[in-house]
Write a protein that binds this ligand. Structure first.
Ligand SMILES: Nc1nc2c(ncn2[C@@H]2O[C@H](COP(=O)(O)OP(=O)(O)OP(=O)(O)O)[C@@H](O)[C@H]2O)c(=O)[nH]1
Ligand SMILES: [Mg+2]
Length: 426
């Protein structure tokens, strides 16, 4: 479940002031009172529009003010009313008063409306104040102020499709090509920190909602890399689209990646792992991707998963994928709900003693492994001296150099760090 939340200011227009005026007619130098009423201020009205499914529009515009009523005029003329403004919100929008945090409306039904900020009343002109005892009122009423409110609009959304996969495999890039969503895309891990949602249109008013969640890593099921928070977002999705980078550019293996992510899902919640899943080989524009694709295909065929190949960058295969996802969604009935464990209450305590790496000697070879080191390696640019120095410093700070020393390593011996070979020079 995603909660889209925006804080928005609404103000009704002020009422126009009533006028003080007198009839001026020929031969009647001081005629009776003739000041007209001020117009009413426009109200701001929220209205459910079933064509909208996010609060995204409020990201750009957060202030809404209706026009004020015009002041009353002479000759008994009324000031014009300010126009109401009608703002569309998606069904399911909850409106809270920001100050009190109380729910003031819950808009659900088609075309349901709610006046969030009522316009001020127009003031009466002096003409209205004439009475038997007051023939010439020289005053009029002021218009009242329009209501104003800072409101919090909340929308609980259920994405139909959840994009899962390792960091940097192109999840956000895919979302950005199939929807209007504009997630941050960059060539490093954990670019996405909060989930992004996009509405994918497949023509004829048909659409589905796709969520791009932050990359998962090994240990996600146990909370590593904020895994819990991320996995929770896909719990309610009907279909998982598992993106795999088949280009070998990050030194990982597509088949390994496929299994690792599924293992995380399974360990987090078996039901989640049993959600329908489409596997998508991405980055097909890169040199070694065909090889990666074929390797992965053997595995997915064997295990009965559908596999598609795309390039989120060149957009090859994207259209087809959109339709496949749409069709698949139509064929998925209501799913057995996943019982949500109350994650808020589960305080995840990182195991302080756990180092996140292991240094050992095997068959005379020195091996360094573990998620901490993997993450470190992912951030290293081997062509940069500075980056390499940082890498060495981190190995030292983490105590890896010391452990290697303790194992008896000599200068210039080879160390294998998560598959990469280095010469040991202290
Ligand atoms: N060549 C190529 N590069 C791609 C493709 N798709 C994504 N990329 C690149 O891969 C990098 C990561 O892309 P993102 O979309 O940010 O990846 P992500 O999976 O959302 O990453 P996180 O948010 O960190 O989990 C960017 O530099 C993209 O330009 C593709 O099809 N081909
Ligand atoms: Mg991303």
């Amino acid at each position: 479940m995603f909660v889209d939340k925006v804080k928005v200011f609404f103000k009704g227009g002020n009422g126009g002031h009533g006028a003080v005026a007198w009839r001026r007619e020929k031969f009647e130098p001081s005629g009776g009172p003739a000041g007209g009423d001020g117009g009413h201020g426009g109200s701001v009205i929220l209205k459910v529009d079933e064509g909208i499914n996010t609060l995204a529009d409020f990201r750009y515009k957060k202030h809404f003010k209706a026009k004020s009523g015009e002041n009353g005029k002479s000759k008994g003329k009324y000031g014009k009313n300010g126009e109401n403004i009608i703002i569309s919100v998606p069904p399911g929008t909850i409106i809270k008063d920001e100050e009190t945090n109380r729910v003031i409306a819950d808009l659900v039904d088609k075309d349901e409306t709610f006046v969030i900020a009522k316009g001020g009343r127009g003031g009466r002109g002096n003409k209205k104040f004439t009475s038997s005892t007051r023939q010439a009122p020289s005053f009029a009423e002021g218009g009242s102020k329009g209501e104003e409110i800072w409101a919090v609009l909340e929308l609980k959304m259920i994405a139909d499709v959840g994009l899962i996969g390792f960091p940097n495999v192109g999840k956000s890039t895919l979302l950005s090509t199939v929807s209007q969503a504009k997630p941050k895309i960059a060539n490093y891990h954990f670019t996405t920190i909060n989930p992004n949602l996009g509405v994918v249109r497949v023509g004829n008013g048909k659409s589905f909602v796709m969520a791009d969640i932050p990359g998962l890593i090994e240990g996600a099921h146990a909370g590593v890399g904020l895994g819990h928070q991320f996995l929770r977002h896909v719990e309610r999705t009907k279909l998982l689209v598992h993106i795999i980078d088949v280009s070998f550019e990050e030194g990982r293996d597509p088949v390994d990646d496929f299994h690792k992510i599924n293992k995380e899902l399974n360990e987090y919640n078996e039901k989640l792992a049993n959600r329908p899943q489409i596997v998508v080989a991405n980055k097909m524009d890169l040199p070694r991707s065909q090889e990666g694709f074929e390797k992965l295909k053997k595995e997915t065929d064997k295990l009965g998963f559908e596999l598609f190949s795309i390039s989120a960058v060149t957009k090859k295969g994207i259209d087809k994928l959109k339709y496949v996802i749409y069709d698949k969604l139509q064929n998925i009935g209501d799913l057995e709900p996943i019982i949500e464990t109350d994650l808020e209450k589960v305080v995840y305590e990182p195991k302080k003693k756990e180092k996140g790496f292991e240094v050992r000697k095997e068959n005379g070879k020195y091996l360094v492994e573990g998620p901490v080191v993997e993450r470190l390696l992912d951030s290293v640019n081997f062509d940069s001296f500075e980056s390499m120095s940082y890498f060495q410093k981190r190995l030292r700070d983490l105590g890896i150099i010391k452990e290697l020393r303790d194992l008896g390593i000599d200068e210039e011996e080879t160390v294998n760090v998560c598959g990469y070979e280095f010469e040991f020079i202290d």
